[in-house]
Write a protein that binds this ligand. Structure first.
Ligand code: AMP
Length: 306
């Protein structure tokens, strides 16, 4: 494959500078394919999973287009809306956007549930170039008239398959009904089941499709193996053994089926000198964020999650 540079994709100097600061040297395949299309304002269906660089693929052209606009949007109005299924993903997308758009004077915000409304009211009241939101909290704001989607020019649905799996179809329908038909729309999804195909047909106009790896496949960098274990206690001991065997001890993410199981495994591992925390829906948003940041910093190297 011929490799391209970010400059060749048509990105502007201020964005190229930020990418250099972030040490993004070459575009990932999804970025190489999407950025030129999005700079031409095409509707797009992107089939890519997390870890492929899809956030920058949609965020960089969006930031470039918005940075050419003069003036802030009027109060409560939003120019670009990015919907994400979870709070964590929404926060991460917003964090990336802030890094890519540093110095470009765009107004951006992220809103999700589980936290207070006061600061969200304030941010929305000022008008936003880019709003990243989870569907539930956005509906709450629409019902309170604290946000207007009349001025949305670009709509991006990230992890659309997860949004439908989580039961957000009615919320999406309601949100889309408030957005002008004349807009640019992009959808990203790891898989293309029938319900996603149908959603794409209703939302996108003459879309380009970009697919970077076969749907439902896993990232190449991940080595996978299966261990057969007979008992519950055997699983715990094996987990401990695998942690001990790590050649380069780093951060470890463990998934369990139940919340209770996650709590028990985390306290077992912590008792064996592997500081672990359990993250799941019973924990408050504040605690979940704290756990994620302690995991990122390496303070708690093992995270057990449902
Ligand atoms: P994403 O799939 O958007 O969640 O991105 C996965 C990770 O790759 C994130 O940590 C990005 O900051 C990083 N990333 C995205 N694009 C590039 C790139 N072209 N070069 C280096 N890192 C990148």
């Amino acid at each position: 494959m011929v490799s391209t540079t970010f400059r060749e994709l048509g990105l502007s100097a201020p964005i190229l500078r930020q990418l250099e600061n972030l040490e993004y040297k070459t575009p990932t395949p999804i970025q190489a394919a999407c950025i030129p299309l999005l700079l031409q304002n095409k509707d797009l269906m992107g089939l890519a999973q997390t870890g492929t660089g899809k956030t920058a693929a949609f965020a960089l052209p969006l930031i470039q287009q918005l940075s050419k606009r003069s003036g802030k949007p009027p109060g409560r109005r939003v120019r670009a809306l990015i919907l994400s299924p979870t709070r964590e993903l929404a926060a991460q997308i917003h964090e990336n956007i802030r890094a890519y758009a540093r110095g470009l004077h765009l107004s951006t915000a992220v809103i999700f549930g589980g936290v207070g409304y006061a600061s969200q009211f304030k941010e929305l009241a000022g008008g936003l170039d880019i709003l990243v939101a989870t569907p539930g909290r956005l509906i709450d704001h629409l019902e309170r008239w604290t946000v207007s989607l009349d001025g949305v020019e670009t709509l991006i649905l990230d992890e659309a398959d997860h949004m439908l799996d989580m039961g957000f179809a009615p919320a999406l329908k309601k949100i889309v009904s408030k957005i002008p038909r004349k807009r640019h729309t992009q959808m990203f999804s790891a898989t293309m089941p029938d319900n996603i195909r149908q959603l794409a047909q209703t939302l996108l106009q003459k879309p380009e499709t970009v697919r970077v790896s076969p749907p439902s496949s896993t990232a190449d960098r991940v080595e996978q193996f299966l261990c057969m274990v007979g008992s519950q206690s055997g699983k715990r001991l094996l987990t401990l053994e695998l942690l001990k065997q790590q050649e380069f001890p780093g951060r470890t993410l463990i998934f369990t089926r139940t919340r209770h199981g996650a709590d028990r495994l985390a306290s077992f591992l912590s008792g064996k000198d592997y500081p672990a925390s359990a993250i799941h829906g019973d924990k408050s948003q504040g605690r979940r964020e704290r756990m994620l940041s302690e995991f990122r910093s390496g303070e708690t190297p093992v995270l057990v999650a449902t």
